[in-house]
Design a protein around this ligand. Structure first.
Ligand code: HEM
Length: 223
């Protein structure tokens, strides 16, 4: 049964929609959490510590965080695998013209594909930068995310990487949210305008909220 659903195009699109919505929920929470940086190092670092102790004493130190990490990893893998397989299907199904040239994929499809690749690379960079400190520009210190974030946005390439990724994220969510709503059956002639507005507002708020952090450091509001 699960196999039949997964093998169908609708099944893969449903996996994309659900995994995308899980990641979207995480991003809304992450963006709001990041804005705490404007309240100073004490509050921001305390928030990062709380992320590791949440659920105690039932949960052990970092257990809740690990549950979130596993769910997110599963969502990223499911999203990427189904995107890749759907795109292979799409290419195979495309009619060949008499000159044997394949027609190019549409604007939205190309934006989603390249946006997805940029975001995948960004996530790897971001974890190596602010979670493990492997590619971090300053003296990375575990448990001191405020200073780590300030160090990241004190280099031109740190700002460039994050701002480009956040713009790609905005475009990806704008189209992705809309597609997910269609796949999950929320679309209808009456609702389509409202859904488009929700997609635009969500994309704009997330992009602006995330970009506020590098802009805050660049302007000296966060230092
Ligand atoms: C300007 C934008 C962003 C800033 C300043 C930022 C900041 C941070 C910081 C400081 C951490 C480490 C938190 C800690 O260890 O307590 C973190 C972790 C993380 N962020 Fe972001 N983030 C941004 C955008 C994003 C985006 C767009 C995504 C996803 C596409 C993302 C996904 C993650 C993930 C998956 C983790 C790892 C959580 C973990 O396993 O510990 N972040 N971020």
């Amino acid at each position: 049964m699960a196999r039949t659903v997964w093998d169908s195009t609708v099944g893969k699109k449903t996996v994309m929609a659900v995994s995308g919505l899980i990641m979207l929920l995480y991003l809304v929470v992450h963006m709001i959490g990041n804005l705490k940086i404007f309240f100073g190092p004490g509050e921001f670092n305390h928030y990062a510590h709380w992320l590791r102790t949440v659920g105690e004493p039932f949960m052990h130190y970092e257990w809740t965080l690990w549950v979130i990490r596993v769910v997110l990893l599963a969502a990223v893998v499911a999203h990427a695998v189904s995107a890749y397989q759907l795109s292979r299907r799409d290419i195979k199904a495309r009619p060949r013209t008499y000159v044997h040239r394949k027609p190019r994929a549409g604007y939205a499809t190309r934006t989603m594909r390249w946006g997805g690749v940029i975001l995948g690379l960004f996530i790897v960079w971001h974890i190596l930068d602010l979670t493990t400190g492997t590619v971090h520009s300053g003296g990375f210190e575990t448990g001191k995310p405020y200073q780590n974030v300030v160090d990241t946005f004190s280099t031109w390439y740190g700002n460039a990487v994050y701002i480009v990724a956040m713009l790609a994220l905005g475009l990806h969510i704008r189209h992705g949210f809309w597609s997910a709503a269609q796949t999950l059956g929320a679309g209808s002639r009456a609702r389509d305008r409202a859904l488009k507005t929700v997609a635009n507002v969500l994309a704009l708020l997330l992009t602006a909220g995330f970009i506020a952090v590098p802009v805050g450091v660049m302007t000296g509001v966060v230092s």
